[in-house]
Structures are given as C-alpha cells and as structure tokens.
Design a protein around this ligand. Structure first.
Ligand SMILES: [Mg+2]
Length: 160
C-alpha cells in the first residue's frame, strides 16, 4: 500500500493500455468504484471508415465488398471473438487472468468486427455515429432509468 501514490487519503494505481488510461482507487483500505476505462479520442469512426476505404480501394476489393458479404465477414469475425471466450467460464471485467498475448488477440478480433461493421454501415449508407445517437435516444425512452434501475427485464415486461 505504502509504495503507491497517496493523495487526500486515496491510494491510486495507474496502468496504460494502448494509450488509454485506467485507474483504480482505495480509501482507508476499502475499494471504491474504479474510474471508468476510457478510449483514446482518435481515430474517429469517420477516420476509420476512410482508412478502410483506402485499404479496400488500393486492393480493388470493392468488387467483393457488397453489404451481404460484409455482413457475413463481420459475423465470421464475431465467431473469432467467441472462440477466445469459449470454454473458459465467466470472465471478470478487465480480463485479469488473460495473458498479454490473449488480450492482443482479442484486440485484433474486436477490431476486425468493428472494421467490417463500419464498412457495412458505409456501403448501406448508414451514417453510423448519428445513427448511434438516434438509437441511444430511443433506448432511453424505452428504458427510463427511474423505471428499470437494477433490473434486466425486457421492455415488454414493464407496466406503466
Ligand atoms: Mg479475425
């Protein structure tokens, strides 16, 4: 405990993963809610779309990248993510028992899913960042925090 940085009664430990910082704290030896993990601000989704479009153009692969093919490719990559979690039971936040090599493999496969998702949205002319805002607004209406706090029920199970 004493080797950790102390300020105002809080002991903090920092780690940096891929440029994004995580932090956990304890006060008087009692764990407090760790600060949320955050992403790096860049690249933006539009920058990722553009980088993947350049990658595809340079290889003359647009002839293969129709929406249905991109969807199937994305689902295949979801399967590759699933393989990493298969047969190991439930896993805690932060994957404490995973090796660095396993974490990097997961980062690769999640990226494959995301890259195909972004290209699928582009080819379907869905402006993904704005669509996410609209859908989150709908989700907030469907699941008012005051009504569903701490409950995993589907929205159809709630009564007004
Ligand atoms: Mg893959």
């Amino acid at each position: 405990h004493l080797l950790q940085h102390r300020s105002k009664g809080f002991a903090k430990s920092h780690s940096v993963v891929n440029g994004a910082a995580t932090e956990t704290s304890s006060k008087n030896g009692v764990a407090v809610q760790p600060q949320r993990f955050t992403f790096s601000p860049e690249p933006t989704i539009e920058e990722i779309r553009r980088m993947q479009a350049e990658f595809t153009d340079e290889r003359d692969w647009n002839q293969f990248h129709q929406p249905r093919n991109l969807l199937l490719a994305m689902v295949g990559e979801v399967g590759e993510v699933s393989e990493l979690f298969q047969w190991r039971g439930e896993v805690a936040d932060g994957l404490p028992d995973w090796t660095e090599a396993e974490r990097e493999q997961l980062a690769h496969e999640l990226s494959d899913v995301f890259i195909y998702l972004v290209e699928l949205a582009e080819k379907c002319r869905v402006d993904l960042p704005q669509a996410v805002l609209r859908k989150m607004a709908l989700n907030r209406l469907k699941y008012p925090a005051s009504k569903v706090h701490g409950s995993a029920k589907k929205y159809t199970e709630y009564k007004d």
